[in-house]
Design a protein around this ligand. Sequence first.
Ligand SMILES: [Mg+2]
Length: 444
Amino acid sequence: MPEQPHTPKHPIVLADANNFYASCEAVFHPEVAGKPLVVLSNNDGCVVSRSAEAKALGIANGTPWFTIRQEAAYDQVIARSSNYELYGSLSHRMMSIMSRFLPGQEIYSIDECFLHSPWDTERTRLIAADMRRTVLQGVGIPVSIGIAPTKTLAKITNHWAKRHPSSHGITTWSDLSRNDHGTAVLASTEIDDIWGIGRRLAKRLRGLGIRQAAQLRDQDPAAMRRLFSVQLERTILELRGVPCIAEDNDATGGKRDSQILCSRMFGTPIRGEEGLRQAASVYAQYACRRLQRQHSLCTRVSVFCASSPFNAHDQYSSACGSILLQDPSDDPVIISAAARQALHGRITPSVRYVRAGVMLTGLVDADAYDTLPTLGARTDPGLSEAFEQVARRFGPAHVGIGYAGIRGDGRNNGDTGASWTMRREMLSARCTTRWDEMPVVRAD
Ligand SMILES: [Mg+2]
């Protein structure tokens, strides 16, 4: 039987920012508040966040920007390149304010966290309302709050709060379930929208005639565990108000990736080995940071690059290579050198490459692997620590090995200063992390 770490008397609070990236864009630019605004993905490719007004125009997430640019201009839609530095900094402020109101914060994503209330629902509601006001006042970001006996129900409750302005951003499961144990709300929740149910599982469940959360809740948990998994059994119990998804204070979210991939499209194509080696080195260092964050070491470094499959003039061409490390490592010096080496001699000089990626595989647990210092598995144990500290304080790409440390002369030039780095033509100011981009207030 799944354990029951919380009694339903102590509700779970899920706080989730509304249209987070779009809301961040309005924090230092009040003139865009209330207007249709979209935030675009890397290289200004697709819509990844929309203000309420842009949603009302029917712009869907994932829409390629070039397909709607013309129409968007008629509707006076404002577009912004994604400014992850600004979003990360505002997220940090928002999370730290919320952690002062309730204990047991679990940061689930950049704009979402669970909190564990030691109080009953009514008192929790009052605290959450205060927390919401403080975040709005202190950071300028609106958050929606769902309060429920389990995480799965807190997600559903939060979703309801977002769609119903009458809730003023806060809803409790006891409000939603007062008359019918929540059957009406669960009957209107598609199984795809249940936390932890992916597309493939949803398809299998629909094959059994289970389409809405209410139907799933009424299945026999033990039978569903035998048919599917213990995770699905837990989801069913959580829908019934029995908490069984345990607290997860691990920074990796309890999951470790079995491989780490960092791949990007270039802002402009690269010809020749020199530029590709630079890109491979930079991506290897990004991948390395993720490796270190999940406390793993890698044994193999692979690099690939490819030309555009859509270009009618060039024939499609790709290259890849990989290097087996002597010892498992998380050292950025070793890993970026291996990435540069992996491509050596594999590049066709005439091809215009548009993307590249670095993949780290053969991951092992860093704690389980103790190397003797004399074997030279690390160049300098303090070096990665120093990189990490600088990156945390000043943002990525301020220091790094080779090209990863070079900066351009303006933010429109991307982060490394090389001509191939990301295109971000509509980037807003990074008001909270760059001295030279701080907003100026004039009092006349
Ligand atoms: Mg959100």
